[in-house]
Design a protein around this ligand. Structure first.
Ligand code: COA
Length: 386
């Protein structure tokens, strides 16, 4: 019998050429390009196409992809009607999973995967990826208004993906620096090897279910606090500390109680997550732009990172991508419970790239288990049970 490794730690689940990470050196690349370079020079649209197609696009290819995304931003009226009936107190990730799964019901049946040629039809896969990716931001932004009793803000086709996302969320003309920061956040969150949600997407994809349901499976998996849900917990936790001066005693109490420090630790990284380093710099840039006028969250986060060095660094536990992203989103006016949904919008690019890769050489996932239950035993009729 093969050895059982909890959490499949160290077990390769697939072969992939989409992204690479070296957790000891703190290196992350998408299709061979370092995340630092992509954050500096690329856009979410370009990064998404890089992930989907495997190479940096030409100017013409990028313009065409961008145009396709812009044309596919609107969602059918029926989706809005479905969303209206969801309880406003429901979590945005539950809404997103429902809405993205529902999308598939309103589009023609030839958009379903039936196996055969479809699996290797790159045009089909590309078109489906565009349709879903373009609408993810619309769904998240629509919910923000619907749950507050307002009509959603219709998408605009004259704005970039990040600009339009901010515009739809707030209904106001987006601040250029905010849009640039959100764009970089989307790039940083777009892909991250075989994490839990991508694995869920692969498993779903391997059954040849529709891409809408592949993304729905991944959304549900990203929602948990050990994965994408951590970014919202970070902000709640920083508020709970009582501020930068009170962080140390708070941390001691927290660690003594063996509770998690949200936004710290990673299965792969044993150094500070390279994305956290970039996000921290973005926060510094935003602070500078505002002449230092930001909430105390950032100061508290810096104090917590310094205080956590001694107890956690020895275990290889450092800030991860979620530690600073939520603070940035807060500063941009994005509600805390929407952070994970913003993450999902970005990660959808990676999920779809992995879906494409899975279909190219598909075999249904069917792992084995180590059975720890009873041996075969006779059924006891109800009246004879003690
Ligand atoms: N706070 C405090 N201690 C932590 C920690 C955290 N966030 N993350 C890991 N540790 C400690 C564990 O308690 C364990 O200590 P021990 O050896 O004394 O028992 C050690 O570090 C190894 O942690 P483990 O839980 O085995 O690592 P993992 O690879 O199974 O888990 C995470 C990785 C991400 C699930 C984990 O670090 C975590 O829960 N982090 C908080 C949630 C989070 O931010 N998730 C977003 C990830 S991008």
């Amino acid at each position: 019998m093969s050895e059982y490794l909890p959490g499949l730690e160290g077990v390769p689940a697939t072969k992939s050429n989409i992204s690479f990470l070296d957790g000891k050196k703190g290196i992350l690349t998408y299709r061979g390009y370092r995340i630092e370079e992509l954050a500096e020079h690329s856009s979410f649209e370009e990064t998404a196409l890089l992930l989907l197609d495997g190479r940096l696009p030409t100017a013409e290819e990028l313009a065409c992809f961008d145009e396709d995304l812009r044309r596919n931003r609107r969602v059918r009226y029926n989706i809005r009607e479905i969303m209206k009936y969801l309880p406003p107190t429901g979590h945005p990730m539950e809404m997103l999973q429902t809405a993205v799964a529902s999308l598939g019901m309103f589009y023609p049946s030839d958009e379903c995967l039936t196996g055969g040629d479809r699996c290797t039809d790159l045009n089909y896969i590309h078109n489906m990826s565009v349709k879903i990716l373009a609408r993810m931001a619309t769904l998240v932004a629509m919910w923000e208004h619907l749950r507050n009793g307002y009509d959603p803000v219709a998408p605009r086709s004259d704005l970039t993906y990040a600009e339009n996302f901010l515009y739809m969320l707030s209904g106001c003309e987006p601040d250029p620096l905010h849009a640039r920061i959100l764009d970089t956040c989307l790039v940083l969150h777009a892909e991250h090897t075989i994490n839990a949600s991508t694995f869920a997407a692969l498993v779903a994809g391997s059954t040849l279910t529709s891409p809408y349901l592949v993304v729905a499976a991944a959304v549900g998996t990203l929602a948990g606090p050990l994965h994408g849900g951590a970014n919202a917990r970070v902000v709640e936790m920083l508020e709970e500390t009582g501020g930068p001066d009170r962080v140390r005693p708070w941390l001691e109490r927290r660690l003594a109680a063996k509770a998690k420090i949200w936004g710290f630790g990673h299965r792969e990284y044993k150094v500070k997550d390279p994305r956290a380093i970039i996000l921290q710099k973005l926060m510094e840039r935003l602070m500078e732009h505002r002449g230092g006028r930001v909430s105390r969250l950032f100061e508290t986060a810096l104090a917590l990172e310094a205080a956590a060095e001694e107890p956690l660094a020895a275990k290889g536990v450092y800030p991860n991508v979620d530690f600073y992203s939520g603070i940035l989103y807060t500063e941009m006016g994005i509600p805390t419970d929407q952070f994970t949904a913003v993450f999902a919008v970005a990660r959808c690019a990676g999920w779809l790239a992995h879906w494409c890769e899975q279909l190219a050489d598909n075999r249904i996932f069917r792992p084995t288990q180590v059975y720890t239950g009873e041996d075969v035993r006779p059924y006891v009729p109800l009246e004879k049970r003690a």
